[in-house]
Ligand binder design. Structure first.
Ligand code: ADP
Ligand code: MG
Length: 351
């Protein structure tokens, strides 16, 4: 079932938190809503779940009106499930009873089958007779997810569901969750402020900033063609530096690349992979100095500070680069840099 927001705006008192939001989670799609804390992500979910009245705009399910000002069906009349960050399991019920709770009204045999299926899907086998206090945080969160999925909601809304789980477990939990959502064909909107989480979970990512959707695209398009500087800076450890476009070329402290922007000041977002390192020679002078060198596990990260030059003289920018051969780029070494356009993103300063 698809869920669509049409021109939704929302204010708390006089503070506008959502501004003319339109986007669609398609049937069976996992959509990640990514944005900074306080950006209005939870408010969007609460509007869809019916926990907050729609003030302006409307929502639809499979193209049919779900809610608008004056028409606000209560949560229990919506085919929508909701999971919060703080899993709220019934403490006095076992895992099995917690899962069965959402299935009240169906016959016992069907309940037992469904619970067994959920235990298996969410990696909870063997924990069925435990009480919540006998489970780890990650296990509790899996039970909470399984319970929300038990009645097979057509749409599931998950608000930072893994936020209280440590990072190793979180990765595993994302995989389990994605697999379970895909197996059931549930349409899901997952709120996160973690770009890696969005990349790992989502079929599409909607990046929110200042109460608006900055970009809604596939993970690969978000990664390869960010349409705003803000989106570019969220993914892949990019740094923004000042640059200048002139006659189809953009000039920066770390090198040049082709530009389709009109002449004038521009901003260049550069990922570590966007910097290529070379030994300077008499024709190609050094552009930067290595000011830090850290092992990140699989690769070395260099910090490069630009050398004073025609294009960089006031605030000398510092940027990250990456290398497999730290011996060539020891601390204090002067290097020549060029830009690899695939990991550099150029934005005009005038919009
Ligand atoms: P996010 O989930 O992206 O962190 P929220 O939707 O929770 O953002 O909140 C957006 C903004 O609205 C925040 O500034 C928050 O303080 C404010 N806000 C959220 N809920 C309420 C409320 N019930 N009353 C007043 N302000 C609220
Ligand atoms: Mg929130």
């Amino acid at each position: 079932m698809s869920l669509e927001f049409h021109n939704v705006s929302h204010s708390y008192g006089t503070t506008r938190v959502l501004q003319d939001i339109s986007f669609k989670a398609a049937e069976g799609e996992i959509l990640c809503l990514l944005g900074p804390s306080g950006g209005g992500k939870s408010t969007l979910l609460r509007l869809a779940a019916g926990l907050e009245p729609v003030q302006s705009g409307h929502l639809s399910l499979d193209g049919e009106l779900l809610a608008q000002p004056g028409i606000q069906p209560p949560p229990e009349q919506r085919p929508i499930g909701l999971v919060f960050q703080d899993h709220v399991l019934f403490p006095h019920l076992t895992v099995t009873s917690n899962l069965a709770f959402g299935l009240a009204g169906t016959n016992k045999l069907a309940q037992r089958d469904r619970v067994a299926q959920l235990l298996e899907q969410m990696d909870l086998a063997g924990l069925d007779e435990r009480y919540p206090h006998e489970l780890s945080g990650g296990q509790q969160q899996r039970v909470a997810l399984a319970r929300a999925m038990a009645p097979k909601p057509r749409v599931l809304l998950l608000d930072e569901p893994f936020a209280s789980v440590d990072s190793t477990l979180r990765r595993q939990l994302r995989r389990t969750t994605r697999a379970a959502l895909k197996a059931s064909g549930t349409t899901a909107i997952v709120v996160t402020h973690d770009p890696d989480e969005a990349m790992q979970l989502a079929d599409s990512i909607a990046v929110m900033a200042q109460g608006k959707i900055a970009q809604h695209d596939s993970p690969s398009a978000i990664w390869q063609q960010p349409t705003t500087l803000q989106v570019a800076l969220l993914f892949g450890d990019a740094t923004a530096i000042v640059s200048h476009s002139r006659g189809g070329t953009v000039f920066s402290a770390f090198g040049e690349m082709a530009s389709t922007l009109p002449d004038g000041p521009t901003t260049l977002a550069i990922r570590p992979q966007g910097i290529e390192l070379h030994q300077p020679d008499s024709d190609h002078p050094a552009t930067a100095e290595v000011t830090d060198l850290r092992l990140l596990g699989h690769r070395w990260q260099l910090r490069l500070t630009a050398l004073p030059s025609e294009t960089a003289h006031q605030d000398l920018p510092t940027i990250s680069a990456t290398t497999d051969s730290p011996e060539s780029f020891a601390l204090g070494t002067q290097v020549r840099t060029t830009l690899n356009a695939k990991d550099c993103f150029l934005f005009s300063n005038t919009n």
